[in-house]
Structure formats: structure tokens, C-alpha cells
Ligand binder design. Structure first.
Ligand SMILES: [Zn+2]
Ligand SMILES: [Zn+2]
Length: 286
């Protein structure tokens, strides 16, 4: 794994993750990763505690609120661990910045944090709606599902135009649930124009995408995005490509990374990318 990287992982600072930063670092060290990032959640629409937004007993994702506190604690812990483990592992201090446009001032605050090496820009929920995880797709008709996806890609594009992150996280996130959990097939080709626009926006801003390998170990069975879209990204001039397991515990770190690197090669990539002080470093795929 000496030439492999895992740049998307969560620890117990994420409400849906577990384990200490040091536990993750030990696992990454055992795997011999060339670079490793902790990217705990910072969903901007959950910045304040739940009470700030209404009655917590009526809320989904109630544990995810308070990101303004736990995300900063994660950055503090990573900064300390980076010092302590500097001779043992190439740790990148990271964050997964979700829905930045849904609370822009705080997204700008995180994006300007000089301690961060790496920021993933993610979109887990459309404005005013629940996370794609919660939606009951079997109660929706095809038109309604496509309306949600249309809204999703439109909002992802807006986020990419803002662009104060390094790579776009899991481009095909809703499919993890729609196709993976609910087994409703989606023809993504109808979104190809907007996906091209997303890629072109990222490329012209010097940003990249990730291959999120969580899908390999989930019901979806494929990475996010899959080969076809990694190829499309490259054909448009995309060069910055990271790999991330989206592990939510130390045990899952590195899972699917070797397969993700093979997929990158199959799409024509010779290099993977990691980030130091928000600047890309290219690493030849062996
Ligand atoms: Zn995510
Ligand atoms: Zn994640």
C-alpha cells in the first residue's frame, strides 16, 4: 500500500463515526499508506446545536447538529496528532465540509482555517430537505426521484462554483441509497450535461474529484462515482483524483483503496493526488 492513499475517513468526532484519531493513525500506519487524511464531518446546516433550529425531538439527524463544535475539536486533535506522529505517518489534517452554501459564513471560516491540508466538499442533502439517507424512495414515483436528483446536481454545481474546497466528495452519493438500498435503477445519462458542467467547473478552478470506495462494501457494490464518470472527468481534462474509503471506524480504513487505484488506472490515470497545505501533490500509481 506504499503508493496508496486514503483521504476520506471519519473518527469519533463525527457523530456517526467511532474511535480516536490515534486509533485511525495506527491503522493507517499498519497499512503503510503514502498519505492519510482524517476528514470528520462539518455539515454547515448543522453548525449549531439542534435546539437552535427547533424542537430536537422532531428532527432527523439530531446527533449531527453542533458541527461548529465537534468539527473544530477534530481539527484541534488532528493538529496535535500530526505533531506527535510526524515521523511515522504522512497525516493530512482534513475535513468533510457538507452543504457549505447552506451556511456560507461558517463554510468560509472553515475554508480559511490554515491548519487544514485538505477539504472535501460534499452535498448530502438538498436545501430544505432531509439527507438522501432518510428519503423513502419506494414511496416516490420516478418523476419525484428525478426531481430530487435534478435538484441534487444543480446544488452540487452551485457548490463547485463556490469552490473553496479541494475535491468534490462522492459525486453519486444519492445512488448509495436509491440504487444500493432501495434497488431502484437510475439512468444517470440524463444528467450527463450537468455532470460535465460540474467537472468543467472543478477543472477550471484547479479542483478535483474523489473515488469514494465505500460503495464497494455497501449494498451499492460500486464506487462513487463509478468508472464511466471517472473516465468522463479525465476526458474533460481532470487531473486531480483522490481515493477515500469513507471509513467511519478504524477497521474500515483502506478498504476498497486498491480496487479504487485499479479503477483510476482503468480510467487512464497514472497519478493519484493528495494535498499538503491545500496544495496538490501527485503520486504515481504503481
Ligand atoms: Zn459524505
Ligand atoms: Zn464521509
Amino acid at each position: 500500500m506504499k503508493t496508496l492513499i486514503d483521504l476520506h475517513t471519519h473518527t469519533g468526532f463525527s457523530p456517526d463515526g467511532k474511535g480516536a484519531v490515534e486509533e485511525s493513525l495506527k491503522k493507517a500506519e499498519t497499512l503503510g499508506l503514502a498519505a492519510f487524511a482524517v476528514t470528520d464531518h462539518c455539515d454547515c446546516n448543522f453548525w449549531h446545536k439542534a435546539e437552535h433550529y427547533g424542537n430536537p425531538s422532531e428532527m432527523k439527524d439530531v446527533d449531527m447538529y453542533g458541527a461548529g463544535e465537534y468539527a473544530l475539536k477534530s481539527i484541534d486533535a488532528q493538529t496535535a496528532a500530526k505533531e506527535k506522529f510526524s515521523d511515522r505517518i504522512n497525516l493530512l489534517c482534513g475535513i468533510e465540509l457538507g452543504q457549505p452554501l447552506q451556511y456560507l459564513p461558517k463554510a468560509e471560516l472553515i475554508a480559511a482555517d490554515k491548519r487544514l491540508d485538505f477539504i472535501i466538499g460534499s452535498h448530502h442533502q438538498n436545501k430544505g430537505r432531509d439527507d438522501f439517507y432518510w428519503i423513502e424512495y419506494d414511496k416516490l414515483d420516478t418523476c419525484e426521484i428525478h426531481a430530487l436528483l435534478n435538484e441534487y446536481f444543480t446544488q452540487v454545481l452551485e457548490m463547485c462554483k463556490w469552490g473553496k474546497f479541494d475535491v468534490l466528495g462522492h459525486l453519486t452519493y444519492p445512488l448509495r441509497y436509491i440504487e444500493g438500498d432501495c434497488k431502484i435503477p437510475i439512468d444517470l445519462s440524463r444528467y450527463e450535461d450537468i455532470i460535465r458542467e460540474i467537472f468543467c467547473t472543478l477543472i477550471s478552478n484547479g479542483k478535483g474529484i474523489e473515488i469514494n470506495t465505500s460503495g464497494y462494501r455497501q449494498k451499492y457494490g460500486k464506487p462513487l462515482p463509478d468508472l464511466e464518470y471517472v473516465k468522463l472527468y479525465r476526458s474533460l481534462g481532470g487531473k486531480i483524483l483522490t481515493l477515500g474509503s469513507d471509513a467511519h471506524c478504524a477497521e474500515d480504513i483502506g478498504k476498497g483503496i486498491a480496487e479504487g487505484a485499479e479503477l483510476a488506472k482503468a480510467a487512464g490515470f497514472e497519478y493519484l493526488t493528495y494535498f499538503k497545505e491545500r496544495k496538490p501533490v501527485f503520486l504515481k500509481i504503481e
